[in-house]
Design a protein. Structure first.
Length: 80
């Protein structure tokens, strides 16, 4: 993990799987009680909001590194 973008990539992937495993353990123990439903809601929020947070952090890091979040000439993406 050499760059901030690599670290964001790996942390984003790691935080996507963990909450589901914790939710599964909680549901096995508690079932679909009010605690289980609250945990489902919390994991759903994490699953939806985590990619948004990682994307916003990567855009901020790119703005700091290059002054703009737009692709540089010759960089991947659509060529015009």
């Amino acid at each position: 993990m050499h760059t901030v973008y690599d670290r964001l990539h790996y942390s984003g992937a790691a935080t996507a799987v963990g909450p589901f495993l914790i939710l599964a353990a909680l549901l096995v123990r508690e079932g679909l009680s009010s605690e289980g439903l609250e945990a489902i809601a919390a994991v759903a929020l994490l699953f939806v909001l985590n990619p948004t947070l990682v994307h916003a952090t990567a855009r901020a890091a790119r703005r700091i590194d290059f002054g703009s979040p737009r692709p540089l000439p010759g960089e991947g993406g659509r060529e015009r």
